[in-house]
Design a protein around this ligand. Structure first.
Ligand code: 5RP
Length: 234
């Protein structure tokens, strides 16, 4: 039986088929994206001209160790392709991301990219968003308590994210409030409500953004394509 790690690796390997010489790649964050970085490094070692825009300090660090040349969005060259993992994928290919804490940069890079390919193992597929994981909400430290209370009035149970007993800090110096909703009948409405809370910098609902989701399974890789046109903003 293929372990979840094997499934992640299979999905990441399948994403390499989208990579062409000369591309600028958005490089995701997390354990599945890490497999993709390994594959990109192999292509670079074989001489393929590729550059990456990392979505976190951790990914930048690994990419440097692997010899993947890096660039940034400052160059104003939109990445041709962004490849990243996800925490939940629903049947419409809407996502929850950010359990790894990199949601803000991940969303910016995905939004800036011409194509967004998501790589997951089967455990990430859900029939409705929010059924397994909370929605991570990145908040400015000054207003986190206010934002957390406002999220509660939207019906969420909230928790300030901690790491090793300390308040977790994102790469942007912010806090994360994990908001668990009993149900999310309209993720788009909830996304708008979350973004309207002063102090909220971003959230992990990635709606209508993914073009393709590659799902690693025991038998191989399933390709899910979005029926709608991606909007790149959510
Ligand atoms: C990080 C993310 C990751 O893509 C997400 O948490 C999935 O991680 P993994 O591939 O380790 O399961 O959104 O902010």
């Amino acid at each position: 039986m293929a372990s979840s790690e094997d499934q992640k690796r299979k999905a990441a390997e399948a994403a390499l088929a989208f990579v062409k010489p000369g591309m600028v790649l958005g490089l995701g964050t997390g354990s599945t994206a890490r497999h993709f970085l390994d594959g990109v490094a192999r292509l670079v070692q074989r001489g393929m001209d590729l550059k990456g825009v990392p979505t976190s300090f951790a990914t930048a660090e690994v990419a440097k160790e692997l010899g993947i040349p890096l660039t940034s969005l400052e160059d104003r060259t939109p990445p041709d392709l962004c490849v990243d993992g996800a925490d939940e994928v629903d049947p419409k290919l809407d996502l929850i991301k950010g359990l790894g804490g990199a949601l803000l940069r991940e969303k910016i890079v995905a939004a800036a990219s011409k194509k967004f390919v998501v790589i997951v193992d089967e455990s990430k597929l859900v029939s409705r968003l929010g059924s397994k994981v909370p929605v991570p909400v990145e908040v400015h430290p000054f207003g986190w308590r206010f934002a957390a209370d406002a999220l509660e009035t939207l019906g969420a149970t909230v928790e300030l994210r901690l790491k090793d007993g300390e308040i977790f800090r994102t790469d942007n110096g912010n806090h994360i409030v994990d908001a668990r909703f009993r149900s999310l009948p309209s993720p788009a409405k909830t996304a708008t409500q979350i973004m309207s809370i002063p102090g909220v910098v971003g959230h992990g609902l990635f709606l209508k953004m993914a073009d393709t989701v590659l799902v690693g399974t025991e038998k191989g890789v399933r390709t899910l394509r979005a029926a709608r046109k991606p909007t790149r903003t959510s």
